[in-house]
Design a protein around this ligand. Structure first.
Ligand code: ADP
Length: 400
């Protein structure tokens, strides 16, 4: 059974085609510059590659090209789209309407579009891609939507409500939603499997650290709290995002700089974080500048480690225990420096890592804590596309 996984942005359409008999990637690529030109990079699992400028006025033309590169030319991997059993789509914002993945109907596409106010950069493009996909794939091919927010719908109100007037929640749906749910769900189950335990018996703090970062408390397999909030801006310091700041600092700076609400939002989302502090959003640059003694880079590095430690401590407190901490995402999987920085001075929580093992671990599933560490510490590579494909397969099979 072959499943196509689609991750649509405002001007891009990333895809992966997976063979679910062995969960291997048959093809993957990205249609980019939609609406402002067009470019495609297509690769096959056996190493073939195609790249070209194209004309992508809308997501529909990008989808048509995607079909073309899968079914013909040098990157051909299937004879026709009828070989694809289903399409799974990543959706960023499902709000409190969607608490699990589901089959796509026209009504669901409209609901996803209606949520665009809560995720302007993402949800409308998702809806465009869903409609375009429907036009291009053979009639009757099921489509499934998998939401970044769904995993966090188990948070209790005391975790997701803000101390603002209740009407903000009632009228405007302002609350914590949390993001990266697909990743947190995937790595928590991978970790439980690696530990030889049922996820229902574990208290986990999952640290997804990438360009965007979020920390989640997972108790018994359920998200009970998470660091990202109403939008993916909250929580720890990120590549270009500030993370949590005192809201009064936001209104104060907006006034000082004469910025409108949307300009201030850009300032916090695109010009802050590592970029705003050090001049680079890339954690590798921050690490190498810190190694050379750059004070701002050292500060940014210290801030990230410190903020993650605070989340681990507070989540251990609210879960009343901690069996494992896991690191995932581009930074979590690759940066031994960040993992070491976070895990240093955490012996009160029973966290002790094997420094040598940690330093030699990169991008693979490895336990980096010492045998006598009360809390286990793991590096767990994430794979959101695989989880989307698994959900899609399960939902399609359910309907049979
Ligand atoms: P996204 O949130 O866009 O999916 P990723 O999960 O790919 O991002 O993470 C990107 C981040 O991972 C960047 O800050 C990059 O510097 C960092 N990263 C990748 N490899 C390494 C490495 N070897 N050491 C430190 N950071 C790394």
């Amino acid at each position: 059974m072959k499943i196509l996984v689609v991750n649509a942005g405002s001007s891009s359409l990333k895809y992966q085609l997976l063979d679910m008999t062995n969960e291997e990637v048959i093809a993957k690529g990205n249609c980019d510059r939609i609406g402002i030109g067009g470019h495609i990079v297509a690769k096959t699992g056996d190493g073939r590659k195609f790249e070209a400028d194209c004309d992508f006025p809308t997501h529909t033309e990008a989808f048509e090209k995607l079909v073309e590169v899968l079914t013909s030319g040098e990157t051909k991997v299937i004879d026709s789209m009828s070989e694809i059993s289903a399409v799974g789509h990543r959706i960023v914002q499902g709000a409190d309407i969607f608490d699990h993945s589901c089959l796509v109907t026209d009504e669901i596409i409209d609901q996803i579009d209606d949520l665009a106010e809560l995720a302007p950069v993402h949800n409308h493009p998702h809806a465009l891609a869903l409609r375009a996909c429907k036009k291009v794939i053979p009639e009757g091919t099921p489509q499934v939507v998998v939401f970044d927010t769904a995993f966090h719908q188990t948070m209790p109100p005391k975790a997701f409500m803000f101390g603002m007037p209740y009407e903000c929640y009632e009228k405007f749906h302002v609350r914590k939603y949390g993001f990266h749910g697909t990743s947190h769900r995937f790595v928590a189950s991978e970790l439980a499997r690696a530990m030889g335990k049922d996820v229902k018996d574990l208290k986990i703090v999952s640290c997804h650290l990438g360009n965007g970062s979020s920390i989640t408390a997972i108790d018994g397999g359920k998200s009970v709290d998470t660091s990202m909030g109403f939008t993916p801006l909250d929580g720890v310091i990120m590549g270009t995002r500030s993370g949590a700041v005192d809201p009064s600092a936001v209104t104060f700076v907006a006034k000082k700089l004469g910025l409108s609400p949307s300009e201030m939002s850009d300032y916090l989302n695109k010009k802050s974080g590592f970029l705003g502090l050090t001049g680079s959003s890339d954690n590798r640059d921050v690490q190498s500048a810190a190694n050379e003694g750059d004070e701002k880079a050292l500060l940014a590095d210290d801030m990230l480690n410190y903020e993650i430690q605070k989340y681990i401590g507070s989540y251990a407190a609210v879960m009343n225990g901690l069996d494992a901490v896991l690191f995932t995402g581009g930074i979590g999987e690759n940066s031994w420096e960040v993992r070491e920085g976070v895990c240093t001075g955490m012996d009160y929580f029973g966290i002790k890592i094997d420094k040598e093992l940690n330093r030699s671990t990169r991008g693979k599933l490895v336990k980096i804590s010492t045998p006598d560490s009360k809390t286990e510490v793991w590096v767990v590579p994430t794979n959101e596309e695989l989880l989307i494909a698994r959900d899609t397969l399960a939902i399609v099979n359910e309907g049979k």
